[in-house]
Each structure stands twice: as C-alpha cells, then as structure tokens.
Design a protein around this ligand. Structure first.
Ligand code: GLA
Ligand code: ZN
Length: 689
C-alpha cells in the first residue's frame, strides 16, 4: 500500500505550472505582438500555455483544408524558452462553415427550438458528423504534435456542459433507457411512477426528454435524463480521445471542470463524480468574486476551500487550476479588480488545497468581442510594468520556490459527502422550501466549521471508500440508494462516526420515497425515525437548546421519534417544543448523530468542536491565529508545507511554537509574527512521523 505521504505527479513537468490560455490565433496578422508574447512570458515567470482551445477556424479554414504552420511556430517558440504546452482539442467552438454545411451539429433546446450558429459550447453530443469531425481534427493534432517535446498534456474541448434535445439525442436517450430498464416497460413505469397523472408509457417510442412545453413533472424521467446527459457528454469526450490514447498513450488527458455562480457551488449540470473516472487529471476553472459586497473575504475563502477539496478528492491526488483571472472577470455583475496582494493570496490558496498549477484565462487580453475587458496577464498596453503583470510575475517567482510541493497531498480524517444526483432530485422535489433547499450551500457551511480550525477535510462522493475516515458528514442526502445506506451502515458498524441531517434518506435512486417511514437500516443506525419535516417561512424562526445554549433555527425542523438514541438537543418553540432536535446513537463500534434542523453557524462550530475533541481530530499543525486566517497543508514524505493565509483586511498576529522555514525567503521562524492584510506565508515544518 502507498504511504499516505507518497507524492503523485499528475504531469511530467518538474515545475509548478504557471501560465494559461493563450489564443495567438486572434493575433496571427501581428507578428510583432506574437514576438512580444514570448518576451513577456519570460518576464512574467510563466512556463505553460494552453493553446488551440478556440482555434478550429484557424486550423481548418475550409473543410479539409488545414493550416497548422502557425501553430507549429507558436509551439516551437514556447519550447524555445523552455515552456510547455497544454494542447487543446478545438471542439468547444466550431467554424461557421461547419454549422452551415452540417446543421445537425446545432443543438435543439428543451422547448424543441433548433439553435442558430453562434456562441460556443453548444454542439449536439450525439451528432455522428460532429463526432467524426472532432475525431479527425484530434488525430491530426496528435499526429503532428504527439512527439513534440513541449507537449505536456491534452485539454479536451472546453468546459463541457449543456444538453441537446434533437431527434438524434431522443433516439440515443430511448436506447439508453431501454438498456437501463432491460427492455422491460413495467420496470420503467415502476421507476417513473407511471400511473401518476396517467403517464404510463406503453411503447418505447413515447419516451421523450423533459421539456418546458411537455413532460417535466415525472421525477424519475428528469433524473434519468440528467444521468443520460452526463453519459452522453462522457461518450462524446471518449470519442474525442480515441486518437489521443492511440497515438500519445503517455500524455495525460484532462478537461476543465467548472463551478456554478460566483458562490462556487459545484457545477450542477454534469455528474463530475462519473466524469472524473475518465480523466487522468482533474482540472478546473475558478472565478471567485473576491472583494464582493455580500460576504467576508474569509467566508468566500472557505467556499473556495470546499470546492477545491471536492475536486481534489475526486481522484485523491493533486489537480490543476486550469483557469483563473489575474484581476477581474467580465461576466460577474460587478467585475472588481483584485486588490494588491489578493492575486498571490488567492493563487497560493489553490496550491494549498492541492493544485499543482496557477493558470489563467487568458494570456493576452483580446482586442474585440465580449472578452476584451476580461483580466489577463498582458493588457492592451502590452506592458510588463503595470500592477497586474507585476503581481503575476510575483506569483511566478513564488511558484518557483515551491518545486518540492509538487505532487504532495493532504490526508484527511474528516469527509463531507457531496452527491450530484441527490442535488438534482432535491431541486426537483415539489416540497420543502422551493427557494431554501440550498444543498451545496449547506455543505459549504458544515465544511466551514473545520476550515476555521485548520482541520483538513475531503469532500467525497458516494462511491468512494468511507473506511479511512474517522468522521463522515452527510448533510441533506435526500436521495440515497439501498447500496449507499448499507455502506454507511458498514462504516458506522466498523467504528466510524456519521453525522446526517434533516431531509436525508427520503428517496431511493429512482426518486421514489422509502415506505415505512425511513429505511430500516437508517432507523437501526440512528436509533430514531424522522416523522415530519416542517418548513418555515423566511421570517419564521425557532431555536434549539444544545448543551445549555440556544441556537437559532431557520427553514427546516424535522420532528423525531426516538427509539434507542440519546437526545442531544430539543426544539424550543412551536407545537414540537421540547421534542428531540439532535440525537446521538451508538451503533456497534461507531456512533451516529442526526441533526434535525437548519441551525445557525455557531451550532456547527460548537457541535463539531465536541466531535473534534471526542475523536481527537487535530489541526494539521498548530498555528495560533485569529478569525479569518486559514492554515492549509501539503504533506511531503518528510515535511509539511504550511500555507498560512490572511483572508482579512487587517493585520493578523500568528504564532508558531516550533521552528519552521519560510520557503520563499529561506528564513527560519519561531514564535510570533504579523501577517499583513491578504498576506500569505508558506513555511516548511519537518515532520517526524
Ligand atoms: C470560461 C472559459 C474561458 C473564458 C472564461 C472567462 O472559464 O473557459 O474560455 O471565457 O470563462 O472567465
Ligand atoms: Zn442532439
């Protein structure tokens, strides 16, 4: 078995990747600018460039007429300065001639409206023509550049997402459904609760994707459609990579994942837990709205931590930050510039959670179209002197000191479970508060209680192994299969501590409710039965008493019938005042807690502090600090790299009660020091175990 401190290299580069999306195809008639790019790359301490992402029309200006010479030169020039290339397949946006000649590549939306050419990320995933065209292009790229010494990895397409409802997709969906239900219509109607509103399916040809002008209330159908969309996207991706696997078996493959909204909840439309299995490396595009006017910098930082720990845990190895901005973006409501210091801090935060890169969108600001004001390394002034360029160069210089961090990991004793399917089903549920389900946001809050205490957390998905964790937190797991229930049971029986909350374990994998109150195994594990979920209006509130303190409750309160559990907290108000709100239960070698209500953050802090003590969960290194400072760790075989980050607008005193070495300055430190606003210190601490 691999030691938990073993390094895992996700690419063969012996430096932290720094650079990003480079779109020279927008500047081919400006050789002077292309020459400046190469000079500026060196000055900015960048070394890795993702090329070709949107270059299809430059590579194949007419069907079957190819022009790779310009790309040869770009790649050679990058190689000439010792840089590496992440080569993209260009399927994310297609040439106009292609849509014009082969309209089947255009999507049909849910309302069955055929889309026009334009935009990007909008092709049919089923179209044979598009699959063939992309595979042909990818083969040519692999043949031409597969042995180029600068080729680091493949970047497949760009931010896959969306869905198509064309006839080809309908046929593919019907086949997928037939297969899934073993050609048995009864099984399909059982799963989709057919007789409801007389929606029984009597012939496979009646199966249609959900539509705002048709069927959208059959939850089993909605869920299966979303699963199909994920599978069809993966199938398209797998078709793209055939020539790459064949011709470049040793070149790792990734595609860039996303987050939804500047709140950084996981991307909703695709089940990344399935997609991850087909990638060699996880990479993602992070655009947090730093300095916003609705939350503290530390609140946002903890959300960034959450999603990084989710995407890292998909493969339990380092990942890549594929895109980020050196300053503002162009698509938030307000596109604020990163304040001095924030770029280094936010970049180091990504490294601290397991990224082996800091890559940007984009290298040089476009001159026209919608991204001409998006932050970039090189601005319209073409200068290496401006503030943003200098801050990028500083990140580069810092990354150059972090070579020993490459490949290191972050073992954790605590896991929070995130599930895409459960979120889909919960969002579909007509019930509870339609505006207040907030599943990902709820998980962010549970996670935060550990982030505040510098205790590493994995954010895992349901098929991952639970057994290595001491504590598994499963908030709002609305949809849960019998199989997962049985794995949760094994986890607790084997000595694990499990925390579950309101709105958990209500439906199975077909979105059909469990009969008999709650699943028998869950009743056994928790020694309770939830009987009703009360939903509160936004202005309503209740409270619970826990260990003699009162905590505000909003949105949800589950009424609980206790069998063999201990009552840890009771509701204070309403017709269920004095009844159990939080319970604990010893089950075989482990323990299971149930939290019945949505409680203010102070409850999470105090409740989890109890478990931290009970289970001896240690912060990875004790660094004394106040609120808003976060310490994250990358663990090498013999030492810990601590990233001490000030996510506040004030100076913050911190203290180490052991000796550490500042990785950037080489200075030895013990005792107290002060972090300036947004300052980050990266220190190495020798580990003896
Ligand atoms: C996405 C895309 C990029 C670019 C950025 C802008 O992440 O992948 O091509 O449009 O957004 O933030
Ligand atoms: Zn289609």
């Amino acid at each position: 078995m691999m030691s938990k401190h073993e390094k895992t290299y996700v690419t063969n580069a012996n430096f932290m990747l720094h650079g990003g999306d480079y779109n020279p195809d927008q500047w081919l008639d400006r050789p002077d600018i292309l020459a400046d790019d190469i000079k500026l790359m060196k000055l900015s301490h960048t070394n890795t460039f993702s090329v070709g992402i949107f270059a299809w029309s430059a590579l194949e200006p007419e069907e079957g007429v190819y022009n790779f010479e310009w790309l040869d030169e770009i790649i050679d020039n990058i190689h000439g300065i010792g840089g590496r290339v992440i080569l993209a397949t260009p399927s994310g946006a297609r040439p106009t001639w292609l849509s014009q000649k082969y309209p089947e590549v255009l999507r049909v939306n849910g309302a069955r409206v055929k889309q026009l050419h334009g935009g990007r990320h909008n092709h049919c995933f089923t179209s044979e023509v598009y699959r063939e065209k992309t595979q042909t292009m990818n083969r040519l790229l692999a043949e031409r550049y597969g042995n180029h010494p600068s080729l680091l990895m493949w970047h497949i397409s760009n931010e896959y997402g969306g869905e198509c409802h064309c006839d080809k997709c309908q046929s593919a969906f019907r086949e997928w459904i037939k297969e899934k239900y073993n050609h048995d219509l009864k099984a399909l109607n059982d799963a989709w609760w057919g007789p409801f509103w007389s929606h029984t399916i009597t012939d496979w040809s009646q199966v249609e994707s959900p539509s705002p002008i048709g069927e959208n209330m059959v939850h089993g159908l909605n869920l299966d459609w979303r699963r199909f969309v994920t599978d069809q996207t993966i199938s398209f991706y797998n078709n793209e990579i055939v020539p790459l696997r064949e011709l470049t078996p040793n070149v790792p493959i990734t595609t860039n994942f996303m987050a939804d909204t500047h709140d950084l909840i996981p991307f909703q439309a695709l089940d990344y837990s399935k997609f991850a299995k087909h990638l060699d490396v996880i990479s993602w595009d992070a655009y947090p709205a730093w300095h916003n006017d609705w939350e503290t910098t530390a609140d946002l930082a903890s959300k960034v931590g959450f999603i990084n720990d989710l995407y890292r845990s998909l493969k339990q190895k380092p990942f890549l930050l594929m895109e980020s901005t050196p300053s503002g973006v162009n698509w938030h409501n307000v596109n604020k510039a990163k304040r001095p210091g924030m770029h280094l801090l936010s970049s180091m935060q990504m490294i601290s959670h397991g990224s082996d890169s800091v890559l940007y969108f984009q290298w040089r600001k476009s001159r026209g179209s919608s991204e001409k004001f998006h932050g970039a390394v090189v601005d319209h002034d073409n200068s290496s002197e401006n503030r943003v360029f200098q801050e990028v160069a500083k990140v580069g210089q810092t990354l150059e000191k972090l070579t020993d961090v490459i490949g290191t990991n972050r073992p954790a004793d605590v896991a929070v479970l995130y599930d895409w399917e459960s979120n889909w089903a919960l969002n579909d549920a007509q019930g509870f508060g339609l505006e207040t389900k907030l599943y990902p946001q709820t998980l962010q809050k549970h996670y935060k209680a550990f982030w505040e205490k510098d205790i590493p957390v994995d954010v895992i998905t349901k098929e991952q192994d639970f057994s290595s964790y001491k504590l598994l937190i499963v908030p709002m797991l609305y949809l849960v299969s019998e199989e997962t229930i049985s794995r949760l049971k094994t986890f607790v029986a084997g000595g694990g501590t499990l925390v579950m909350t309101y709105i958990s374990g209500l439906v199975n994998e077909h979105d059909l409710t469990y009969l008999g109150g709650w699943h028998k195994d869950l009743q056994d594990i928790f020694g309770i039965k939830p009987t009703e979920t009360d939903t509160l209006y936004p202005k309503d509130q209740n409270a619970v008493t826990f260990n003699g303190k009162s905590y505000v409750l909003k949105d949800y309160a589950t009424l609980i019938e206790v069998d063999s559990a201990n009552v840890e907290a009771v509701y204070e108000d309403d017709f269920y005042a004095e009844t159990p709100a939080v319970t604990s239960h010893k089950y075989e070698a482990g323990k299971a807690y149930y939290i019945g209500g949505r409680l203010e953050h102070a409850f999470q802090q105090d409740f989890y502090q109890g478990l931290i003590t009970e289970l001896s969960l240690e912060p990875v290194a004790s660094v004394k600090h106040g609120e808003g400072v976060s310490v994250q760790v990358r663990q090498a075989p013999d030492s810990d790299y601590l990233f001490v980050m000030n996510f506040t607008e004030e100076k913050q005193p911190i203290a180490f009660d052991y000796e550490v070495k500042d990785v950037v300055t080489g200075e030895k430190i013990t005792g107290e020091l002060t972090l300036e606003k947004y300052e980050v210190r990266i220190v190495e601490k020798t580990r003896t175990n």
